[in-house]
Structures are given as structure tokens and as C-alpha cells.
Design a protein around this ligand. Structure first.
Ligand SMILES: [Zn+2]
Length: 556
């Protein structure tokens, strides 16, 4: 036997079984009871609030042969006929049949008498999807409907329906169903199914479904089909890829306290549990909006929530406004990206760096002492450039650093020596090919990173890229071998690449122009050899690896 979804199984067949919408139901019942049935109705309201269910019950009830209270009797021939096969109850999904032809067919057939029932009912779902000409065709029928025809137009967007159509109809506004009613219905279903769920879970389902009973029942169905003994509230959030309130606070705390390690850890957890990063981003946006409201009003939210918000009240408003701008950009980029995780990571790290930079007290808020030291190192190293010699470094690694810095300078020099406008134009024209690698499992992270760069100088063998942020330059340098490989696949050339921040580039450019004007000639320079044993990771690379993971950028 095929599985029947709980939603279909517990769909109401009588007015008295309908959850919520008491006003609508009462008026419809009375109209049947008093024989004052209209010929055109608009049922408007949010999704999953019972518009189609009530339309079907109404179609039954007006045709019931021995209704005494305006409801369906459930016993007569008319009530017992299969609604799916009933010729006189016509259901149309305007979202799929939005052509004028379908409506013309209806308006032609509407003149014919019903085959079995008293009334022929046309239920047009998502009616706002009809084209203008289809609406015009429908309007003609609505102006002079035959006595045996009833139209029920259901829509979630009544504002898209022409006023001429609305004025011909009785309009019913369906409300979101309140949480208590949803909870009771879910409990009824659980009892009938002989299943048990904790109250906290039932309440969470009701809350998340936001007044839509259909969503609530579908979510219950999914939860039950997990076939787990102890379903948790988190399971429910996972089912819809959403995150719960505490998890939003967790990530905001990690960002505002400058704890990059926690940010990355949380992003990984989200990723592993299949969270939808767009939802995460939206939840963060709402939280920040709430903090701004809390900081500027009194007693706006309930006490418990305000207590949580108060933890962020000392943070500068400007920082939060900057954060919400970034979240807005993140949301936009997430919707375009095939690799949500990397996009989310880059933005969230960027936001965290913002707090490290602006508040300069990552120590005070972070949780573990050794994390703090590491975070400070990362913050310093990524915010300044690699060329700062650290006093604590061993002689060997500082020697290596000097070599790397020197080679970077040589690379920049060679780029400037090599620079060729025509080659640059050709390179830039093909640069969009990188987008093809955004869906490639192995190269998606690198492709996404490169798409954030600008190829500033291009020569026969050398390219200089610029990035807005230094941490992107750090990621670039860490993955330089993979980047060279990717470029080879696209351009069939072994490029020597180097990356700097936009700020650094402006300085380099100014110096270059000054040099050229004073007659200096750039010459090709050989790179310094790096001793094999020193090639291992530098302290900076190690600390980055421990935070980003060794395979940070090349992971799936
Ligand atoms: Zn009946």
C-alpha cells in the first residue's frame, strides 16, 4: 500500500473538523443554511491556512442532499462520491494553467448543467497567477454566472487580482492559525497515530510553521519518519535547515568577541548538519535588527529575550550597522553561489575581523586562553602583512620569512616588468571561465576565491591579483599551488602568481609611476631559492591551518 501523507490523511472533510478560520466557516455554513449561496468567492490568506480544504468542504456542503446545519452530512450519495473523480467539482491550479485557453474552456462549459450534483464548483488555486487576458475571460462569466455555477478563487496574493474581479466576489480573509490550535491538532494526530512526541517538540513545530497548519503537519510527518526514539528540538530545526535561537546567539557571540576559531567551528557544524546558510544569514539579520531596537527602546521584547540581547548592548551601533550591511551582501552572494559554505566562511571571518580590528580586545571575551593567543596572532598576521618580523620567532623561520617576502617583492617586480595591456585584456576576457569551476568539487573554493580578486597586472608569465581584504591574500598564498593548477587548466600556461591587497597595490602603483617618470627601468629578477627543509610551514601557516583546517580551501 502506498504511503499517505499525514496531511492528506488528516485533511478535514467537514466544517466541524476545520482548525481555525472559525469566522469563515460560520459565514459559509450560514449561507448554506439560509440558502444564500454566492456565485463567486475569493479565499485569500497565507499558505497552508486551509483555503483549498475549506473550498472543497464548501463544494461538498452546498451539494449535500440532507444537510441540516450547513455542514456536510457525510452519508448522502453526493457526500460519498469521490471528490477527485467528481466531474462537477473542478479544481484548477492557475500556477500551471495560466493560459487564457483553459479559462475559456471553463467559461464555455460553465453554461452546461452539472452532470451529477446541484452545483458545479470551480476551485481556482493560486488565481493571482492568471494572465490579464485570462482574468478578462473569467470576468465575463463572473458578470453573469449561471445559477448552477460557483467559483472559488484561492490566492496568497490578493493584491495581484484585478479590482474588477474582486468586486464581483465575496471576499474571505484567511488568518494564520494560532499556535495553540496547531499544537492541539498535532496532538490529535499523534494520538490517532499512536505516536508520542515531547511537548517541547510539538511547540517548536507549531512555532516554526508560522501559522501554516499544512507546514506543521508536514513537519510532524517528517519528524515521525526519522524513526528515532528520542527526537530532539534540534532534529526539528535540522529538518527545515533552520537554526534555533540559541545557535544564532552562539555565532553572533563568536563574531562579536573576535573568535575566528569558534566561527569556523560553528560554520562547520552548520554545514555538517545540513543547515541552510541563507536561513542562518536571515536569522542573524533579524537578531541584529532586534539588538538595534533593544538599544534604542524600552520594554519592546519579553524579559527573557531582552536579557539575551543585553549582552550586546555595549557594542558600538556603527559596528552593528556595518554588520547588517555585510549580512545583506552575504545573503545576496549566497543566493548566487553554488558553494554556500565558503561564501559564508569568508564573510563571517571578515565580520569577525571587523570586531577584532575595531574593539581590539579579543582577549577579554574569548573563552579559552590558548585560543586567544592564537586568534591574536591570526588577527595580527592577517591584518598586517607577512613581512613583519616577530621577535619571538626562531632565527630559522624569520630567515625563511625574509626569503618569502623577498620573493614576493621579486614576483611583483617581474609582474611590473612583464606587464602587457593586450595580454591583460585577453586574460580578463577569459577570466569568467573560472565560474565554470564554481561547481567543481575540487576547485570550487579556489574558484570562488579567485572570483573575488582583480587581475591587476598580466604579463607573458606573471600575474598580479588584488584582493580587498588581507585574509583573502593569506588564503591565496596558502593555496598558491592549486591556483596555478587551476589557471593552467583555463589558460594552458604556467603562470607565476602573486597577490596583494588593494591598499598595497595603490602604494606599489604610485611607486611604479614615480620610478618610471624618473627614468628607472624594471628588469627581470630571478627568484631566491628556498632551502627544501625550510619549505615546511611557517608559524603563520601552522596557525592558519589549525584554525582553517589543513584542507581548508581545497575541501569539498
Ligand atoms: Zn451529504
Amino acid at each position: 500500500m502506498s504511503y499517505i501523507s499525514l496531511y492528506r490523511k488528516y485533511r478535514p472533510h467537514k466544517f466541524k473538523d476545520v482548525v481555525g478560520q472559525n469566522v469563515v466557516v460560520k459565514i459559509l455554513e450560514n449561507s448554506i443554511l439560509n440558502n444564500k449561496i454566492g456565485h463567486a468567492y475569493i479565499f485569500s490568506g497565507p499558505r497552508g491556512t486551509g483555503k483549498t480544504s475549506i473550498a472543497k468542504i464548501f463544494a461538498r456542503a452546498v451539494n449535500c442532499l440532507n444537510s441540516t446545519d450547513g455542514d456536510v452530512c457525510g452519508e448522502c450519495d453526493s457526500c460519498k462520491s469521490n471528490i477527485e473523480e467528481e466531474l462537477d467539482i473542478v479544481e484548477i491550479d492557475a500556477a500551471s494553467n495560466n493560459g487564457v485557453d483553459e479559462i475559456r474552456e471553463i467559461t464555455n462549459n460553465v453554461k452546461l448543467m452539472p452532470s451529477n450534483l446541484k452545483y458545479r464548483i470551480y476551485i481556482i488555486d493560486e488565481v493571482h497567477m492568471l494572465s490579464t487576458s485570462a482574468f478578462n475571460a473569467l470576468l465575463k462569466t463572473l458578470e453573469e454566472p449561471p445559477a448552477h455555477a460557483i467559483f472559488i478563487l484561492a490566492t496568497t496574493e490578493v493584491n495581484k487580482i484585478p479590482a474588477t474581479v474582486i468586486s464581483r466576489c465575496q471576499k474571505f480573509d484567511f488568518k494564520k492559525i494560532n499556535e495553540k490550535d496547531i499544537v492541539n491538532r498535532l496532538k490529535f494526530i499523534l494520538e490517532s497515530e499512536n505516536r508520542k512526541l515531547d511537548d517541547s517538540i510539538i511547540n517548536t513545530i507549531a512555532k516554526l510553521s508560522d501559522g501554516g497548519l499544512r507546514d506543521a503537519i508536514n513537519l510532524l510527518d517528517q519528524a515521525l519518519s526519522l524513526n528515532k526514539e528520542d527526537i530532539t528540538v534540534d532534529d526539528i530545526y535540522n529538518l527545515i535547515g533552520d537554526i534555533n535561537e540559541n545557535a544564532v546567539f552562539d555565532i553572533l557571540t563568536a563574531i562579536t568577541s573576535g573568535n575566528i576559531k569558534d566561527v569556523i567551528k560553528i560554520v562547520n557544524q552548520y554545514y555538517e548538519s545540513g543547515k541552510n546558510f541563507i536561513k542562518v544569514c536571515e536569522k542573524l539579520e533579524i537578531l541584529i535588527k532586534d539588538i538595534l531596537i533593544y538599544n534604542n527602546t524600552e520594554n519592546y521584547f519579553d524579559k527573557e529575550y531582552e536579557d539575551k540581547l543585553s549582552n550586546y548592548s555595549r557594542i558600538d551601533t556603527d559596528l552593528f550597522i556595518e554588520l547588517s550591511t555585510q549580512l545583506f551582501d552575504l545573503n545576496y552572494d549566497l543566493k548566487k553561489s553554488n558553494n554556500q559554505k565558503t561564501v559564508a566562511e569568508i564573510y563571517l571571518i571578515k565580520m569577525t575581523l571587523l570586531f577584532i580590528e575595531k574593539t581590539n580586545t579579543p582577549k577579554a571575551i574569548s573563552t579559552k586562553e590558548d585560543d586567544n593567543i592564537q586568534i591574536q596572532e591570526i588577527a595580527e598576521n592577517t591584518n598586517k602583512t607577512v613581512n613583519k618580523k616577530q621577535e619571538t620567532e626562531t632565527e630559522e623561520s624569520s630567515e625563511l620569512d625574509e626569503l618569502l617576502i623577498e620573493n614576493k617583492k621579486i614576483n611583483i617586480n617581474n609582474c611590473l616588468y612583464n606587464a602587457n595591456k593586450q595580454l591583460k585584456n585577453e586574460f580578463v576576457n577569459n577570466f569568467v571561465s573560472i565560474k565554470e569551476f564554481v561547481t567543481n568539487k575540487k576547485y570550487n573554493s579556489i574558484a570562488n576565491l579567485l572570483l573575488k580578486s582583480t587581475p591587476e597586472v598580466v604579463g607573458e608569465t606573471n600575474i598580479l591579483f588584488t584582493f580587498k581584504n588581507n585574509f583573502e591574500v593569506v588564503l591565496f598564498e596558502k593555496n598558491i599551488n592549486e591556483i596555478v593548477k587551476l589557471l593552467k587548466m583555463i589558460y594552458n600556461k604556467d603562470y607565476v602568481v602573486v597577490a596583494v591587497t588593494t591598499d598595497e597595490w595603490n602604494d606599489i602603483k604610485a611607486e611604479y609611476i614615480k620610478n618610471i617618470n624618473s627614468g628607472k627601468k624594471y628588469e627581470y629578477q630571478e627568484l631566491k631559492k628556498i632551502p627544501q627543509k625550510k619549505k615546511k610551514s611557517t608559524e603563520l601557516q601552522e596557525s592558519i591551518e589549525s584554525i582553517f583546517g589543513e584542507e581548508y580551501i581545497s575541501e569539498d
